[in-house]
Design a protein around this ligand. Structure first.
Ligand SMILES: C[S@@+](CC[C@H](N)C(=O)[O-])C[C@H]1O[C@@H](n2cnc3c(N)ncnc32)[C@H](O)[C@@H]1O
Length: 488
């Protein structure tokens, strides 16, 4: 077994960054405050994909210049400082005019509780059956780099990794535009490599994929593309360790670009056993087999050897491909602005179906896809000012995204603001001028989550059953699907 590779950037605990996260939250709240609550749905509606690259999918966008450390540029950071102080001034102005909508500076108990839960250190025993992002790796490497049959090198878990556990965070060795033509990328990369310190150059050299044959070794651009994962504004980033994580079409971990820190992060998507390979998705893995294969060949020049691609017969065709096609179709449907406007009830039901199919297709739930569906459902109910459901979706989306991406991403910060006041959603009330009632749009109001019958006089067994039922109801309510709760 190969010597474990040293991972460089695993020492930042989420708790250590809390003050900075809070500052950003205030900024984000200001954004919300400055937005008209009845923004036009057509203009304001944003698909989650347009927020930046998500789910390991490479997004198209602006070019970025290659750099080994995007945050180290003093001119850039002073520009960011000026921009953020200008934003704070604007925020204060918004706060005076919209004082009734501005969240209090101290977090409400619900938010404090949620944060505290998510920040439970890994070393402390947690009561939470579904624990939150933690940072074991700071003290003990939780993976090793070793060779994996048919895939070259890969990351193998050394210890059991729990769902939502932090695996690694790393600054890229280099970044380059994914939109440019190969010769231009080649030039861009050559310049960056020339400017690298010797140690970084060596790290880059060690990444070179020998199995791609002699040609690829001569084409830096093709090599970099084969190693790159999405980063800021449609650029690709090559990492010393993260670029060694192999692809899987039902991955057990989630790669994300943290634009605020300028680092790539990996969090486990579900429990991973010691000895199991840690995998992420390089592409949108909701696609059916043939499309995934084409995209992987075109962008990364390899044929996937994961278990999902090795399914045969109807297991792959009718079942896996059928479900993934349906997942894609339903996802497009629930993000369609016209449908959100005209048939929100239907969209919400489809979000529910979507979650069920996602749970069926991925033998361990694909949490990031569930979180994105929750985010989609939130947009539907927010556009129609459904406060009850929106609060449930916000809570669930926050919890799940925080597990997949950590606490610092734009989306998680935005959700925290909404946990204080859900009407900060960009689309809040965008469809409220519609001439139909709440009942027409969503059906009857959701039933109360907690039963009002008193507990006195119940036997121990009855109390236990009641508690279980209430927990079940609460779980469904958290997902926002009260209708299902009443039908169970
Ligand atoms: C970003 S690198 C990952 C690290 C690589 N295994 C190495 O040894 O350096 C991507 C390359 O790994 C291999 N690879 C990754 N995932 C794979 C998979 N699911 N099936 C087959 N090969 C894979 C392919 O050769 C691909 O071009």
């Amino acid at each position: 077994m190969a010597e474990p590779k040293r991972c460089r950037a695993t020492s930042t605990t989420p708790a250590a960054d809390l003050p900075e996260a809070k500052r950003q939250k205030t900024d984000s709240a200001g954004h919300g405050a400055s937005r008209a609550p009845t923004a036009d749905l057509d203009g304001a509606l944003r698909t989650p994909d347009s927020d930046g690259p998500k789910s390991g999918q490479i997004a198209d966008g602006d070019a970025v210049s290659p750099t080994t450390n995007p945050t180290a540029n003093p001119a850039e950071s002073s520009r960011q400082d000026t921009a953020s102080s200008r934003r704070r001034v604007r925020l204060r102005r918004d706060a005076t005019t919209l004082s009734s909508k501005t969240p209090s500076t101290t977090s409400p108990p619900s938010l404090r509780k949620a944060r505290a839960k998510l920040l439970t250190p890994a070393s402390q025993p947690s009561e939470d059956p579904d624990p939150a992002p933690t940072n074991h790796a700071a003290t003990q490497p939780i993976f090793e780099v070793t060779s994996v049959e048919g895939k070259g090198r890969g990351l193998i878990a050394r210890t059991a990794i729990r769902k939502g556990q932090f695996v690694i965070e790393e600054k890229p060795l280099l970044q380059f535009s994914l939109d440019k033509q190969l010769p231009d990328v080649q030039e861009e990369i050559e310049k960056t490599i020339d400017a690298m310190p010797d140690a970084t150059k060596e790290e880059w050299q060690s990444l070179i994929l020998r199995d791609k044959g002699p040609d690829i070794e001569h084409s830096l651009a093709t090599m970099a593309k084969a190693l790159a994962l999405p980063s800021a504004h449609g650029s690709g980033a090559v990492f010393s360790t993260i670029s060694l994580v192999n692809h899987h079409c039902s991955p057990n971990a989630h790669y994300n670009w943290d634009g605020r820190k300028g680092v790539g992060t990996v969090y486990s998507g579900h429990d991973i056993e010691a000895g199991e390979e840690i995998t992420v998705a390089y592409i949108d893995y909701r696609e059916p087999f043939h499309r995934r294969r084409r995209t992987l060949k075109r962008r990364f020049d390899f044929e996937c050897r994961c278990d999902t691609c090795h399914l045969v017969g109807s297991e792959r065709g009718e079942l896996s491909d059928g479900r993934r096609t349906l997942i894609q179709r339903l996802t497009a449907g629930v993000r369609n602005e016209q449908r959100i406007k005209e048939m929100p009830g239907q969209c919400l039901e489809e979000c529910h179906d979507l979650m069920e199919i996602i749970k069926q297709e991925f033998w361990k739930p694909a949490w990031i896809l569930l979180a994105e569906t929750c985010w989609d459902a939130l947009r539907v109910v927010a556009a129609h000012s459904d406060k009850d459901r929106a609060a449930g979706f916000v809570k669930r989306a926050h919890r799940t995204f925080a597990k997949c991406e950590g606490l610092h991403t734009e989306r998680v910060t935005e959700l925290e603001t909404m946990m204080e006041d859900v009407t900060y959603h960009k689309l809040w009330g965008a469809c409220c001028d519609m001439k139909c009632s709440y009942r027409d749009r969503f059906g009857a109001r959701p039933p109360a989550v907690r039963e009002t019958v008193p507990w006195e006089g119940l036997s121990k067994k009855e109390r236990k059953e009641r508690r279980e039922r209430e927990n079940q109801l609460e779980e469904l309510w958290l997902w926002g699907f009260e209708k299902s709760a009443s039908s169970t």
